[in-house]
Design a protein around this ligand. Structure first.
Ligand code: ADP
Length: 497
């Protein structure tokens, strides 16, 4: 499969000089590397540099220099042009980036080609527009002594540390990098160890797009050895993180010691509510998209499906039939609808959740096993629907981060609202109904950062995305994300002197 890839791409996959500092690719100072796997075969396809504290230190110092010398005071039009050019270059290199992302993460090529890469380009383009529109205010102050002219400026922090997960490596990196760079910060990003490849290519394209060397740096490596020192480095002024709640807490704790702001987008266990008055075939399609898109490795996955009692049996029949007929395959293979999970560890984790749900007395209506027939070495897990659960069972409560849905009946709006909001997380929710009043009523009552009505997984660079409750705080995307990458300066000018 991998031999179909162009030579250039293979070279980048095989290289171990995946750290990018000051525009140059480097090996780690220690010379240590780690293996990069093709999740579709389980084979090692290359090595990446395992960065550590010294690599982080060099990258951050260099980013700080680039921030002061060439980016902080760059004209907004210069920043805009670089971001817009990067968006164009990403589009021009869609085929290569899509293959790289598919090979690294396992997700199907149709998805990387039609979602991950275009969404990434659009994010850089959207924030390219913001670079020239970040204004402060002139305030109508009433000083007690003397007249004054007063205004605010939105200024960058300096070096932003970004730590991202493996499920949408390109897009989630863009969530952090695009607004940070538009606002005039320099960045050091640490991609997930499972998917280090595409960030390196984006840093190369950024240079081509006109970003000065050092403004965008990449240190590949593990969480404890590269991520942790990035959080604590004194020159890193703010940290943007997407990942698990467990690591989110660690990051927040260590950021507290350095009094630096963090912005955390964490896990979810999102309710997808199907009312009896919904268009049921559409709701089934939406629920499939909600839980099986990207192998269910989606923080906002619709993993708790609540179905109105009168349509419960019909819904379960339909979703189990559809789930059972999804075509699993290598991400690069023609006709693949769902790819492998990202890693052997994730395969074991997902399988463990389903096994324990059986022990808890739930019924696995479809799936519930590894799909060795697709590829013996690949990390394939069958699309799974679990029924007969209660809200307090682990499978209905905890994030699985895989293609596993629980489907539960409910009895009326009050019942479903109480149960939907009864989870610790609050990333997203969806409601399927033809009743417009009910749709808005539920949208206002659901404790979630995003609510979809008769839709799932809709996102756009203009719309904020982030969590309520244990799903984190702060927002990626939209104008609101810019607040995390700028600080407000109040300037007073005495008019009497
Ligand atoms: P997942 O469970 O989805 O792999 P994680 O939260 O473990 O999510 O990982 C998300 C990102 O956080 C990855 O880039 C990972 O390397 C990084 N990470 C893991 N542990 C730490 C840590 N202690 N400090 C900083 N970053 C970490």
């Amino acid at each position: 499969m991998t031999t179909l890839l162009p030579e250039r791409l293979l070279a980048s996959v095989r290289s171990s000089d995946s750290i990018v500092i000051n525009g140059e690719r480097r090996a780690s100072m220690s010379g240590e590397t780690f293996d990069v796997f093709d999740p579709g075969t389980g084979e090692v396809i290359g090595q990446a540099a395992s960065g550590g504290e010294t690599d982080i230190d060099v990258a951050v110092r260099d980013a700080d220099r680039a921030f002061r010398e060439s980016w902080k005071d760059a004209k907004p039009t210069v920043r805009a042009k670089a971001l817009l050019r990067l968006a164009d270059l990403i589009e021009e290199n869609t085929a290569e980036l899509a293959q790289l992302e598919t090979l690294d993460n396992g997700k199907p090529l149709w998805e990387t080609t039609n979602f991950d890469v275009p969404m990434t380009a659009e994010l850089y383009r959207y924030y390219g527009g913001w670079a020239t529109k970040l204004t402060g205010d002139v305030l109508p102050v009433s000083p007690l002594f003397g007249p004054a002219f007063a205004y605010t400026r939105r200024e960058p922090f300096g070096v932003v540390g970004a730590i991202v997960p493996w499920n949408f490596p390109l897009m989630i990196s863009a969530w952090k990098l695009a607004p940070a760079l538009a606002a005039g910060n320099a960045v050091v990003i640490k991609p997930a160890e499972q998917t280090p490849l595409s960030a390196v290519r984006i840093a190369e394209l950024a240079l081509e797009a006109g970003f000065p060397p050092g403004v965008m740096n990449v240190v590949t490596g593990f969480g404890e050895t590269a991520g942790a020192p990035l959080v604590t480095h004194p020159l890193v002024r703010t940290v943007a993180f997407t990942g698990s709640g467990e690591v989110g807490k660690l990051i927040m704790r260590s950021a507290a010691d350095h009094l630096k702001p963090v912005h955390l987008e964490l896990g979810g266990k999102s309710p997808n509510i199907i009312m009896a008055d919904a268009d049921i075939p559409s709701a089934v399609q939406g629920a499939m998209l909600g839980i099986f898109f990207n192998q269910g490795e989606v923080c906002c996955a619709g993993s708790r499906i609540y179905v109105d009692a009168p349509v419960y049996d019909e819904f379960v029949d339909a979703i189990t039939t559809h789930a059972g007929s999804l075509k699993l395959g290598h991400g690069l293979a023609e006709g693949t609808q769902m790819g492998p999970l990202v890693s052997a560890e994730q395969l074991e984790r997902v399988g463990g959740f389903v096994e324990r749900s059986r022990e808890d007395g739930a019924t696995v209506a479809v799936g519930g096993e590894r799909a060795k027939d697709v590829n013996n070495g690949g990390y394939f897990y069958r699309p799974t629907v679990v029924t007969g659960t209660t809200d307090d069972m682990e499978i209905a409560r905890e994030e699985v981060f895989g293609p596993v849905a629980v489907v539960m009946p409910f009895d009326g709006e009050d019942d479903v609202l109480r149960r939907a909001n009864g989870n610790a997380n609050g990333l997203a929710a969806a409601v399927w109904t033809r009743d417009v009043s009910r749709a808005h009523r539920l949208a206002s009552q659901l404790e979630a950062g995003t609510v979809w009505v008769n839709a799932y997984n809709m996102i756009d660079p203009t719309m904020p995305f982030g969590g309520y409750k244990a799903s984190g705080f702060g927002r990626d995307s939209g104008a609101e994300a810019l607040l995390h990458y700028t600080q407000t300066k109040s300037v007073w000018v005495n008019l009497d002197r």
